[in-house]
Design a protein around this ligand. Structure first.
Ligand SMILES: [Fe+2]
Ligand SMILES: [Fe+2]
Length: 327
């Protein structure tokens, strides 16, 4: 999907909260949410989801068999999507740097940052092991893409503001959840689907953590939080947007129904906005009202764009089906 870069507003208004004051004000909420998270997150073992008996030596040092696309049992859509998902997870060191810089490594914030990093690390490990043991993707291409992508690093669009950062991760964790879940659905491999469902469950818990923080932020600093939400929603980009060949992969992923404008609007933006009653919040100051209004206009426009996408998608799939039946 093509999404414009974030247009940010740094105006704090007359009752402006600085990032430092907000981080302190939210510390108690972070502690409560961290404890809730630790209470509900169940330990799981990535190695249990990898069919090691299917693994064998590759060519090179061990003189095994080179990778060939015939060996891959996942669907072509699953292959593209799994690689995008894995490369996104692989950039974890850069994400850790961004969030540790923003939220700090002290107290409950620090405990959360480290715990979150450890959980995300499990995702990359599990997907890579699965892909290599099952020969689902070209290991050489994968490694080169990883080197390439990580060498670029990740720079947050929202590093200028802690409220923008919280709003972004609330939507982004849900986007990642949906992307993993739908990848599993279309990968054509039940074990892969099971693994991705497990990962998607973790992403959901991450989303809940950040969404609850965003809820608290809306209560503490409603106008500024509303501005942050409006900026983040109108400028949203997936964290993997810097992956080599991302545009092409994203087009395939969109057409295949793993992640597209319709899904982004219906399954990612709307559930968070509805849960927080963002469009119904009253008592805002002039700046908050402007932001809320911008958000409403944007969502209507996005819904229209998604409708056009749905039509193009249906036409393209019908053409493909007709071509196939004529062969
Ligand atoms: Fe993850
Ligand atoms: Fe996550």
């Amino acid at each position: 999907m093509t999404i414009a870069p974030v247009q940010s507003s740094t105006s704090l208004g007359s009752s402006g909260w600085t990032d430092t004051r907000l981080i302190l004000a939210l510390e108690e909420v972070v502690e409560k949410e961290l404890n809730r998270h630790l209470g509900v997150a169940k330990e799981w073992m990535p190695h249990e989801f990898v069919p090691w008996s299917q693994g064998r030596d590759f060519d090179g040092v061990l003189g095994g068999e080179a990778w060939n696309i015939e060996q891959s049992k996942v669907t072509p859509l699953g292959r593209v999507s799994l690689v995008v998902n894995l490369l996104t997870e692989d950039n974890l060191p850069s994400y850790h740097h961004e969030i540790a810089t923003m939220f700090g490594r002290e107290g409950a914030w620090g405990t959360w940052v480290h715990r979150w990093t450890a959980e995300e690390g499990r995702h990359g490990i599990a997907i890579r092991d699965f892909l290599l043991a099952t020969r689902a993707v070209d290991p050489v291409e994968l490694e080169r893409a990883r080197m390439n992508h990580m060498s670029e690093g990740f720079e947050s669009d929202n590093a200028h503001s802690m409220l923008h950062s919280i709003a972004y991760v609330a939507f982004q964790e849900l986007a990642t959840r949906i992307a993993h879940r739908n990848t599993g659905k279309y990968a054509g491999d039940p074990l892969c689907e099971q693994l991705l469902a497990k990962i998607a469950n973790d992403e959901n818990l991450h989303m809940v953590f950040y969404r609850n923080l965003l809820k608290a932020a809306l209560e503490i600093a409603p106008d500024q939080a509303m501005r942050a939400i409006a900026d983040v929603v109108t400028g949203f980009r997936m964290p993997g947007h810097g992956i080599p060949g991302f545009e092409r992969a994203a087009a395939q992923i969109a057409l295949g129904g793993v992640y597209n404008l319709r899904i982004h609007h219906d399954d990612v933006l709307q559930p968070v906005l509805r849960k927080l009653h963002v469009m119904e919040i009253g008592g805002l100051g002039p700046e908050g009202m402007v932001a809320q209004n911008e958000l409403g206009v944007f969502l209507d426009g996005l819904d229209g764009q998604a409708r056009k996408f749905d039509e193009r998608q249906a036409a393209m799939l019908a053409r493909r089906a007709a071509r196939r039946s004529a062969e």
